[in-house]
Design a protein around this ligand. Structure first.
Ligand code: NAD
Ligand code: LMR
Length: 329
């Protein structure tokens, strides 16, 4: 089988980190051929064309075809997977929401172009920031495409949270499970360890032996570290995360298409689960079953956790109001 994958912003940093891993089969596995559509704006075409030449030189056995274009109708033609990366990244001192006005205008037209041109079962993953609200805008503009097909990347946040826990616990990151991210891909996000396990044992027990006061450590060390990791990367490397973001995108799409054994995190459309207003694209604990994300329901949220979820969801509501005021919804 062959999957057609459109990558917007393919001439940018994350695009460059994504393309070669997709072509190598890291996302869809060693048996699935891929056809790549690299969608850019005119200023980015040269970089995307250069990447296409290098893809050719990689002699990837799974890569059937690469096309570079700045025409969304061509870029999304027949696409099964759309990775919406193309957008401006933030710089030092900015919050992701500061990108709303700069980037929101990209996602309405792309949603419409997806509706008009993509394959009927298209799955869309928004990486460009602010990812949740950009996904909301794209979904709202894609007449006839179910909103469930539009998702926002919060897997990077989950990967960061699991890695931080593993480091403190002196454990392998693969042994740390069930650390969902709730809410927005922003500093208000809530990385939730209340159901987390390390080698099958509750993380809270293991943490108590190491950090002592677990609630204090979560509040003042762990959550800020994870929620502000994007800013830390910008400060240390001088520009926003790239390879880790590409890797998380691969994880997200692979799990969506091929299924999960346990929970993970994704920004998906709310149907009112956990009191999150219907229609928002919020991060939840999710499983992927038969190619669909399902929100893990019935989890207990403590009063403290509830307040954290509510604060991040309130920010998503504010962002929705802001793009409505800009006339983009
Ligand atoms: P970059 O500036 O290196 O690349 C962006 C590319 O997008 C450029 O080549 C640009 O020409 C292209 N582009 C701009 N508008 C476009 C449009 N309308 N159609 C197609 N292409 C377009 O930036 P980057 O480092 O690759 O980051 C891309 C986005 O991803 C940023 O918004 C960044 O904040 C975001 N990001 C999100 C996460 C996440 O976890 N959700 C993580 C890291 C970065
Ligand atoms: C990240 O989390 O690294 C990205 O969203 C980039 C940013 O602006 O933080």
């Amino acid at each position: 089988m062959t999957t057609t994958i459109t990558i917007t912003g393919a001439g940018g940093q994350i695009g460059y980190a994504l393309l070669f891993r997709i072509a190598a089969g890291d996302m869809l596995g060693p048996d699935e051929k891929v056809r790549l559509r690299l969608l850019e704006i005119p200023q980015g075409l040269g970089a995307a064309e250069g990447a296409a030449l290098e893809l050719q030189d990689g002699a990837f056995g799974l890569l059937e075809h690469v096309e570079v274009t700045d025409d969304p109708a061509v870029g999304f033609e027949g696409c099964d997977l759309a990775l919406l990366v193309g957008a401006r990244p933030r710089g030092p001192g900015m919050e992701r929401a500061d990108l709303l006005a700069a980037n929101a205008g990209i996602f309405g037209p792309q949603g419409a172009a997806i509706a008009a041109n993509a394959a009927s079962g298209v799955r869309v993953t928004v990486v460009g920031n602010p990812a949740n609200t950009n996904a909301l805008i794209a979904a709202a503009s894609a007449d006839g495409v179910p909103s469930e097909r539009f998702t926002a990347l919060t897997r990077l946040d989950e990967n960061r949270a699991r890695a931080q826990l593993a480091q403190v616990l002196g454990a392998r990151v693969g042994s740390v499970q069930r650390v969902p991210i709730w809410g927005n891909h922003s500093a208000t996000q809530f990385p939730d360890v209340s159901h987390a396990t390390v080698d099958g044992r509750p993380v809270s027990e293991a943490l108590a032996a190491i950090v002592g006061d677990v609630p204090e450590w979560l509040e003042n060390t762990f959550i800020p570290r994870v929620a502000k990791r994007g800013a830390e990367i910008i400060e240390v490397r001088g520009s926003s995360s790239v390879a880790s973001a590409a890797s998380a995108t691969i994880d997200h799409v692979r799990d969506w298409v091929r299924g999960t054994e346990d929970w993970t995190s994704a920004g998906v459309v709310s149907r009112g689960e956990y009191g999150v207003p219907e229609g928002l694209i919020s991060s939840f604990p999710v499983r992927s079953v038969a190619g669909e994300w399902q929100i893990v329901e019935g989890l207990e949220l403590s009063e403290w956790a509830r307040a954290r979820v509510d604060a991040s969801v309130a920010e998503l509501v504010e962002e929705r109001e802001a793009v409505r005021a800009l006339g983009m919804l």
